[in-house]
Design a protein. Structure first.
Length: 476
């Protein structure tokens, strides 16, 4: 029960522990002051700490929390508006929606998204910045209240694409303030972002990336996601977006580029040679992209990459499945590769390797002494996990967020069976429903009709139901 985890220190003895070598039995984990202190043989740890009461966790897998290397926490109030929409939805939906959010709505949106992320097993999310004019402190407050570890991006566009336009000098002053403001925060790590390379001048691209390198944080941008953007860059500069970033000196170990789906062999070499990291977003490719990133080829080249949701669906286990499936359909079928990562690769890139891509290698990502105690308890006593022959593959293909018994960050219990233990989740849902009217007033343009409208244009046999007839009314 939740009260069992209130002690500090905690000596946990789960059924299995997910370590870099795989799932291991007979292990115990000692947690104190928000960090993993010891991980090892259960009997030995219990003997070494006779003053602590071991907490047995039968049928539970203790594993690292997942890292979402690309999120948009302030888009949650309109997430279903993009279903069925063609690419470059940011122009028609996200810029107007986020631009309409005041500080209260920004906080509500981020808190809803943070809860969704934790419910899905993500203990860390890299937020790529909001286009709202409101203070990003509202997003930080939402992360603090929910317990989500957050890489908090500040958009530094000086050529448009945000709610307000500022001169480059003012943007850079804000950027430096943002980097200093969240230094040494227990959950917030600052970051600077450019929406897409064409939204900033060459000087701003270079300066923002350089500031991040100096501060030891990541620089975020979207790159080579949509064909239109690639072609605009070629026409304007005779360079593809990734080549453009390289030309202005914005790539490097501090850079985390989202998507990189439309990449040439030369661009893959650029990513490798500059040690630039990639956020691989397979669900985003399926829902509104133009291609799938060659993640397995990136891995073979030594390119660092993590998995990201792009704000689509905050379910880490389904993201693992999407990552493997996308590589199988896009590349494995043609080459006869039935494994496409062997199961373990997607777990690693969603945890330990993802933390490295997000600049948090020394903070989180695995169950290891000295790292933050960001972890999950996963229920293994379910039909899908029984009997167990290959736990990593089972987690990739069969697991789902309903198995999450508990979610912890900094050694503190945040969710129990999907619900917050320190604040009122149902009250938040009520607030969100009331605030949703603001979204309908934003100047959003949807190309695709709602599912009900689309269905009405395709006559055919339809089963009778309670919504049929003159008294019936479709849900939104």
């Amino acid at each position: 029960m939740p009260g069992d985890f209130a002690a500090d220190p905690l000596l946990l003895v789960p059924e299995e522990v997910l370590l870099p070598s795989g799932c291991v039995r007979g292990q115990a984990v000692l947690i104190a002051a928000g960090r993993f202190q010891e991980v090892g043989d259960a009997d030995a740890l219990i003997r070494r700490h006779p003053d602590l009461r071991p907490l047995a966790l039968p049928d539970q897998l203790l594993m690292p929390g997942f890292i979402d290397t690309h999120h948009h926490l302030t888009q949650s109030l309109g997430k279903a508006l993009v279903c069925g929409e063609p690419s470059e939805i940011f122009k028609r939906i996200w810029v107007p929606l986020e631009g309409s959010l005041d500080e209260e709505l920004l906080h509500l949106s981020a808190k809803l998204a943070a809860w969704e992320a934790l419910r899905g097993g993500f203990t860390t999310a890299a937020d790529a910045g909001t286009r709202s004019a409101a203070d990003t402190a509202a997003i930080a407050r939402a992360a603090e209240e929910t317990g989500l570890r957050c890489i908090l991006g500040l958009i530094c566009n000086d050529l448009g694409g945000t709610a307000t336009e500022q001169a480059a000098e003012a943007i850079l002053r804000r950027a430096e303030h943002h980097l200093n403001r969240w230094e040494d925060h227990p959950l917030i790590r600052p970051s600077l972002a450019i929406s897409i390379p064409e939204a900033a001048s060459d000087g701003m691209l270079h300066a923002a990336s350089a500031l991040c390198a100096e501060a030891g944080v990541i620089f975020q941008t979207h790159v080579n996601e949509h064909l239109q953007a690639v072609e605009r860059s070629l026409i304007a500069r005779r360079l593809r977006p990734l080549e453009h970033l390289h030309a202005v000196g914005a790539l490097g170990p501090q850079a985390l580029v989202a998507h990189a789906t439309l990449v040439t062999p030369d661009e893959l070499n650029l990513l490798r040679d500059t040690d630039t990291a990639v956020a691989f977003n397979p669900v985003a490719s399926a829902w509104k992209g133009n291609a799938v990133a060659p993640a397995l080829q990136m891995a073979a080249l030594g390119i660092r990459f993590g998995l990201g949701t792009d704000g689509t669906r905050s379910d880490a286990f389904r993201l693992l499945d999407a990552a493997e499936t996308s590589q199988r359909l896009a590349f494995g079928l043609a080459s006869g590769d039935a494994s496409c990562g062997g199961g373990w690769r997607w777990l690693e890139h969603a945890t330990r390797v993802g933390a490295d891509a997000a600049g948090l290698k020394q903070v989180t990502g695995e169950i290891a002494p000295g790292l933050a105690a960001d972890f999950l308890l996963v229920d293994l006593a379910i039909p899908e996990m029984t009997p167990s022959w290959d736990r990593p593959w089972e987690l990739v293909r069969y697991a789902n967020r309903d198995q999450l018994t508990a979610v912890f960050t900094n050694g503190r219990l945040r969710l129990w069976q999907g619900w917050p233990v320190e604040w009122d989740g149902r009250a938040l849902l009520h607030q969100v429903r009331e605030a949703a009217a603001a979204v309908s007033r934003a100047p959003i343009y949807r190309v695709h009709p709602t599912a009900a409208e689309h269905r009405s244009g395709h006559p055919g046999p339809v089963a009778a139901g309670p919504t049929d007839g003159p008294a019936g009314r479709h849900c939104p």
